[in-house]
Design a protein around this ligand. Structure first.
Ligand code: CFM
Length: 530
């Protein structure tokens, strides 16, 4: 029986029918295969997905440091989407509200009599205490069910306090996963904030936005540091340590870099249509991928100074880590790994692991879409189902005043064949034959995979980390980095290698086996016979 069949073997006919298309064993390396994705999970199964609200508030809007993002709903939703993701933020101008969790803390009586009054009061208090320039409202499931008009409250707040207030109808049930919330957040930012600033393009500079970088464990800071060393101006990071002012003026960028394709490709596409900004798919996880990304950026700008500086910085950053990295490479060579994360990291970390000599044999995404697995080529063939249609599709048009092409279109077409310009080839093309990928993996399947493949290390999230550890398998969290990081670029690769090495070589694993199973602990002799 092939491994894939072993996983599906215990399912009832109905469940088997649903799950079989979500589990793919690659037949050929470098070639994509079809997978079922972005559909409803089976009720009753323990999956790892979050809700639509989590994707909107927790993932995309939450990391903005200088806006007050109010959760209109129960305190638990507010708390969970605030304190569990390590999106770090700095405090350059004293306006960092990241350490506060704003919520209307809806109670039973509010659900019965309506929560708009409470929401208005919450905005009033937040404005009086924190003086933000922008307040964002995110609604949770009960708000949609009782029908509070958060859009009307936002309009009221704008007039009452002369600030910007945007409401996001991102009720948890609105989509099949947090992916729906990413889309709703992208739409809201595009409709109301992006491009509303009046800054003019910074002539003579090479300005970039980093999209889909949430500064988990400081990744965004590390990537920005390397880019700045080369001479780029990092305008705004979406949204890790990002700012309201930065987003307003983000339309003046020369190029958008897309790190996490899943959560933000909508903004990249819409900014292209509206402002003419090209986007490049980058990956700053892994040394070779970082080098590829930096070189592709240099090719795009085609400036000899930047090109020379790119090579200089690559050589220098690489030289700074090689000695230590060699030690970890030697220790990690030949190990195997499983990676199970949300919608982009399972791909991003595979190249880094390969460089360290670790082979990824199993992987999975919680909520990725087919294009994240198979590449953007499949986009036209993806059929929209009722759940996807539930999310508003906004139409943006060219902004005649702000539209600007940085490179001529002939060169754009020429580059498109060479670099990942407006292209994402997906995860499958970088995976080996025989490897198994599971979409919307559940706990049963994860356990089963672990049992069959027994990887040397398991990278996932808090929900399954301790399941692995209890089974005697080293595990690291790839969502939060377990209080560590950054993992991006060169220094980050070294940090990741060190953490993986420490996980695998921790002395604790030697103590897993009970001593009496290997050595006899009772001493004595058989008596009675004379
Ligand atoms: Fe993008 Fe993310 Fe991810 Fe994601 Fe996430 Fe995350 Fe993630 Mo956790 S935005 S898709 S919704 S890279 S919170 S920073 S680690 S599941 S793989």
């Amino acid at each position: 029986m092939q491994e894939r069949e072993k996983i599906l073997d215990n399912y009832t006919a109905k469940v088997f029918k649903n799950r079989k298309d979500h589990i793919v064993q690659l037949e050929e390396s470098g070639v994509s295969q079809e997978i079922a994705a972005n559909s409803r999970s089976i009720p009753g199964m323990m999956v790892n997905r979050g809700c639509c609200y989590a994707g909107c508030k927790g993932v995309v809007l939450g990391p903005l440091r200088d806006v007050v993002t109010i959760t209109h709903g129960p305190v638990g939703c507010g708390f969970y989407s605030w304190g569990t993701r390590r999106n770090k933020a700095n405090n350059p101008d004293g306006r960092n509200f990241i350490q506060y969790c704003f919520t209307t803390d809806m109670q039973e009586s509010d659900i019965v009599f309506g929560g708009e009054k409470k929401l208005k009061q919450a905005i009033k208090e937040a404005v009086e205490i924190f003086h933000p320039e922008c307040v964002l409202i995110c609604s949770t499931c009960p708000i949609g069910l009782i029908g509070d008009d958060i859009q009307a409250v936002a309009t009221w707040a704008q007039e009452a306090f002369k600030i910007q207030c945007v409401a996001f109808s991102c009720e948890g049930y609105r989509g099949v996963s947090q992916s729906a919330g990413h889309h709703i957040a992208n739409n809201g930012l595009m409709k109301h904030i992006i491009g509303t600033g009046d800054a003019l393009p910074h002539a003579g500079k090479h300005t970039v936005n980093i999209l889909g970088e949430y500064n988990i464990g400081g990744d965004g800071w590390e990537t920005s540091r390397v880019l700045k060393r080369i001479g780029y101006e990092v305008l705004n990071v979406f949204t890790g340590d990002g700012s309201y002012e930065g987003i307003k003026d983000s339309h003046i960028a020369d190029l958008n870099l897309v790190m996490c394709h899943r959560s933000i490709n909508y903004i990249a596409e819409m900014m292209k249509t509206k402002y003419g900004i090209d986007w490049l798919k980058v990956n700053c996880i892994g040394i070779q991928e970082t080098i590829r990304s930096l070189r592709e950026m240099a090719m795009y700008f085609n400036d000899p100074v930047i090109t020379a500086k790119t090579e200089e910085v690559i050589a220098d950053e690489y030289a700074a880590i090689t000695g230590d990295l060699d030690f970890y490479k030697e220790k990690l060579a030949g190990k195997t790994a499983g990676i199970f994360v949300g919608g982009s990291r399972t791909h991003h970390y595979q190249s880094l692991l390969k460089e360290l000599g670790v082979k990824t044999i199993i992987g999975g995404y919680e909520f990725a879409h087919r294009d994240d697995y198979e590449g953007r080529d499949v986009l036209p063939s993806i059929k929209l189902d009722a759940d996807s249609k539930n999310i508003e599709e906004i139409t943006v048009t060219k902004d005649e005043a702000k539209y600007r092409l940085v490179i001529d279109r002939e060169r754009f077409e020429e580059l498109k064949d060479k670099i990942e310009l407006e292209e994402y080839k997906g995860m499958f093309r970088d995976m080996d034959s025989g490897t198994i990928t599971v979409d919307d993996f559940n706990h049963y399947e994860t356990e089963k995979l672990m049992e069959i493949f027994k990887p040397d290390i398991f990278y996932s999230g808090i929900k399954d980390k301790y399941m692995m550890v209890k089974a005697g398998m080293p595990a690291r969290q790839l969502h939060s980095y377990d209080y560590s990081g950054p993992y991006s670029c060169f220094q980050g690769a070294l940090n990741f290698a060190r953490d993986s090495y420490m996980a695998i070589y921790a002395p604790a694993w030697k103590l897993i086996e009970a001593p009496w199973k290997t050595t006899s602990t009772l001493m004595g002799k058989i008596g009675g016979a004379q």
